[in-house]
Write a protein that binds this ligand. Structure first.
Ligand SMILES: O=C(O)CCC(=O)C(=O)O
Ligand SMILES: [Fe+2]
Length: 352
C-alpha cells in the first residue's frame, strides 16, 4: 500500500509556526499508508519529527494510516482475541448479565443489533464487550471519581464464568494504551505544537477498548445496506487504534464518496482520527467515515481502542489551525459531553 493522492496536499515543507488554518485538503485517496512506528520512542527528536511528518500527511489527507513495528507481541494480541472468542461463545443469558445498558458508564456487553452507528441503519451486525481504564493496585495513577466526572469514568464489569478473561484483555489493553501515549506527542509535533501539548489534557486517559465479533453478513440482509457489521460513522474521540483479524471487511470512505478497503496487513494496527481531533484542528485533521461489512462467510473479530482527552477538557480549536479568515467552526464543549452525547445516540433504542 502507498500514497495515491489524486491531488497534492496543499501543505508542503512545514516551517516552524506554520499555520494550518483553512488548509483542509480537498484531495482524495485510493489507499492507506503504512507507517513504520519504530522511531516513536526514539530519543532523537529529528527521527520523531520525521515520523510526525508522515503522520501529519496521513492525518490531513486521509484520516487513516496503518502502523507496523508497534511493539505489541502476537501473543498479547491473540491472548485478548481468544479471550474475546470464549466470551462471545458463552450463552446469551450469561452475556446479558453484563448488559452495557445496566452499567452507568457504557461498560460491558452489547448484543447483536443493539447498537446503530449510522442513524439511517437498522442496527449493527456485531456484538461487543467494552472496557475502560482500570486502576492498578499501585498507589500512583489517575483518580477515578464518579462525582467529578459524571458517568464516564468508573469501574469495568467482568464475566464470572471466565476467570482469565480480565487479565487477557487488560494485558493487551495496557500495551495498546502505551502505543496511544506515544501517538499524542507525535500528533502534537504534526500540528507544529510543543511535543507535550496534550500532556496536561490526557492525565486520566479516556481510553475505551472494545472486543467486537461480527458474524458473517447474511446475504439476504445486505440488499439495502441498512444492516451491516457496523454502519457508516466517524469515531467520537481523538484517535482510534484498531486491531483487526485477517477476515477483512473494514472500509474507509474517501472524499469522493468511494469506499476503500482497509485490508488486513499482517503485523499492523490501524490508526484513525476521530471527531475530537477534527474539532481541535477545525477539520484540518480528518475524522473519516468508515464501516465494516463481513462478507467473508467467516466470523470476524476486531479490537478498537478509542483515545480521547480527559473528559473535562474543552475541545477548543488549536492555535495553528485557526485564523481570522478561518475561524473555529465548532461549538466549544467538553470532550466528555461530546463523547457521551454520541454514545447515547448510538445506543438509543431503534425506533423504526
Ligand atoms: O471493526 C472494525 O473494523 C471497525 C470498528 C469501528 O469502526 C468502531 O468500533 O468504531
Ligand atoms: Fe469506528
Amino acid at each position: 500500500m502507498g500514497h495515491h493522492h489524486h491531488l497534492e496536499s496543499p501543505i508542503n515543507s512545514p516551517t516552524p509556526g506554520f499555520l494550518f488554518a483553512g488548509q483542509r485538503t480537498e484531495s482524495t485517496f485510493e489507499g492507506i499508508p503504512v507507517i513504520d512506528f519504530s522511531d516513536a520512542s526514539s530519543t532523537d527528536l529529528v527521527k520523531r519529527r520525521a515520523l510526525a511528518e508522515l503522520i501529519r500527511d496521513a492525518s490531513i489527507n486521509i484520516g487513516f494510516f496503518y502502523i507496523n513495528n508497534h511493539g505489541i507481541s502476537d501473543a498479547r494480541i491473540s491472548g485478548a482475541v481468544e479471550a474475546g472468542k470464549q466470551f462471545f461463545a458463552l450463552p446469551i443469558e450469561a452475556k446479558m448479565k453484563l448488559d452495557v445498558r445496566t452499567t452507568p458508564n457504557f461498560r460491558g456487553y452489547t448484543s447483536l443489533l443493539q447498537e446503530n452507528a449510522n442513524p439511517a441503519g437498522l442496527g449493527d451486525l456485531h456484538e461487543g464487550f467494552d472496557i475502560g481504564w482500570e486502576p492498578e493496585p499501585a498507589p500512583k495513577g489517575p483518580s477515578v471519581s464518579a462525582a467529578i466526572d459524571g458517568s464516564m469514568y468508573g469501574s469495568n464489569v467482568w464475566p464470572n464464568e471466565l476467570p482469565s478473561f480480565k487479565e487477557a484483555l487488560l494485558a493487551y489493553y495496557r500495551e495498546a494504551v502505551d502505543v496511544g501515549k506515544l501517538l499524542f506527542p507525535l500528533f502534537a509535533l504534526a500540528l507544529d505544537l510543543p511535543e507535550n501539548f496534550f500532556d496536561d489534557k490526557t492525565t486520566r486517559p479516556a481510553a475505551i477498548m472494545r472486543v467486537l465479533h461480527y458474524p458473517p453478513q447474511p446475504p439476504n440482509v445486505e440488499a439495502d445496506g441498512r444492516q451491516i457489521g457496523i454502519g457508516a460513522h466517524t469515531d467520537y474521540e481523538c484517535f482510534t487504534i484498531l486491531w483487526q483479524d485477517r477476515v477483512g471487511g473494514l472500509q474507509v470512505q474517501n472524499t469522493a464518496g468511494k469506499w476503500i478497503d482497509a485490508v488486513h496487513i499482517p503485523g499492523t494496527l490501524v490508526v484513525n482520527l476521530g471527531d475530537q481531533f477534527a474539532r481541535w484542528t477545525n477539520d484540518v485533521f480528518k475524522s473519516t467515515p468508515h464501516r465494516a461489512i463481513n462478507r467473508s462467510g467467516l466470523e470476524r473479530y476486531s479490537m478498537p481502542l478509542f483515545f480521547g482527552t480527559d473528559y473535562d477538557v474543552l475541545l477548543e480549536p488549536i492555535s495553528t489551525c485557526v485564523s481570522p479568515e478561518s475561524p473555529g467552526k465548532y461549538e466549544v464543549i467538553t470532550a466528555g459531553d461530546y463523547v457521551k452525547s454520541r454514545l447515547e445516540a448510538t445506543y438509543a433504542p431503534l425506533v423504526k
